[in-house]
Design a protein around this ligand. Sequence first.
Ligand SMILES: Nc1ncnc2c1ncn2[C@@H]1O[C@H](COP(=O)(O)OP(=O)(O)OP(=O)(O)O)[C@@H](O)[C@H]1O
Ligand SMILES: [Mg+2]
Length: 404
Amino acid sequence: MIKIIHNFIEDQLKKPTLFIDESKLDINFVPEDLPHREKELILLSQLFLILITQPNSASRKVLITGGIGIGKTVTVKHFGQIIKSTAEKRKIPFEYFHINCRKERTGYKILVKIMKHFNKNFPSRGFSFQDLLDMLKDNLNRQNKHLILVLDELSYIIMKNDDIIYALTRINDETLNTPQRLSIIGIIRDISSLNNLDESTLSTLQSNIIHFNKYSKNQIIDILKSRVKISIKPNVIDYNIFDMISNLVYKSGDIRKALDILWASIKIAEERNLKKVSPECVRLANNKTISNFSQDLLISIESHKLILLFSILNVLEKNKKSYGLISKIKEEFQQICEYLKLSIFSYSQIMNYLHELEKYGIISIKIKSKNIRGRQAQVSINDISLELLKKKLLSIFESRGLNI
Ligand SMILES: Nc1ncnc2c1ncn2[C@@H]1O[C@H](COP(=O)(O)OP(=O)(O)OP(=O)(O)O)[C@@H](O)[C@H]1O
Ligand SMILES: [Mg+2]
């Protein structure tokens, strides 16, 4: 058995690869070139320039919003690298730290993580929340440092009503002429999840919002080309393949999915000993990645919208067609809302929610008759199995205490 595996590995290693550097296609890799996010990088630089020109004189709170996989995280990380090296060149004491709230889950863990960034032996337990906040403040004061803290996937922490955001947005001493030590960049997909915050935290965070738009089809092609240039051998991917992948993802604009399909199609081409990726490799790769439809995306969506999605599912299951009429969906939605004792939504609110679900790439809306405004719209669910989606939605409802 060992010999068979040994031979298999040797054979695989002998196979010619189509990659130059596979790690540069990894979704966590931060490339030097970020086509079509120049405007956002400039905006961030303008907002934070004061941290370099007049260190510790000001604090910035910025919120980044926009759909799934459209470069929010990578752009902010790229900006972090630039501003850190700019500060270092000028010998300005400065820190940049990126935290994913989905991974840390509680305010306490976030604070410990920040402390560990300053001191890797910092203990994981044994302090109160307030102790940790005080230590963070002392640390920054002692080192005369300013910290840009990125709270990525912020909605995870907001939904839990954790005090951390309130505490962090107020950590700077507001008295005149005292050094400002902390700036915050929050990253969030769905801005409506901010509604859970208290009003003053909300207004602090909302003072600077940078909304990331979805990439167009041609922009997606440019981005894929730039990633391919550094990771795949020349002439492995023809223009029609870029075009095909872009067509598969442009509705949601999700580059993560595009990179997944690209990577999987190259693997398939390698398995088949091809010198180029063929359209069939892309089709096969696409079928593989669809089943990975992201639970993360659903968890980040606010409950009312998920209930609406659940209503669409029910209508589609009942009528056994590929689409459901908005009038039926509205009826179903209102019945569930009544059952859960939630307020009833107006037609235009429901339409707004539907358009948001469409932006996420979960549903499509087709207007059938333009004379009767919207009411004849048909809604369908694209690539996701209804059964799978229902299971995921029910488990999210359960975790949020919604008894549907
Ligand atoms: N302009 C770009 N150039 C090169 N790569 C990009 C660009 N935009 C996005 N990507 C890549 O696409 C993938 C998804 O981007 P990113 O993780 O930043 O998305 P996001 O907007 O943070 O999504 P989510 O809301 O799901 O966290 C990453 O691998 C990233 O490197
Ligand atoms: Mg992200």
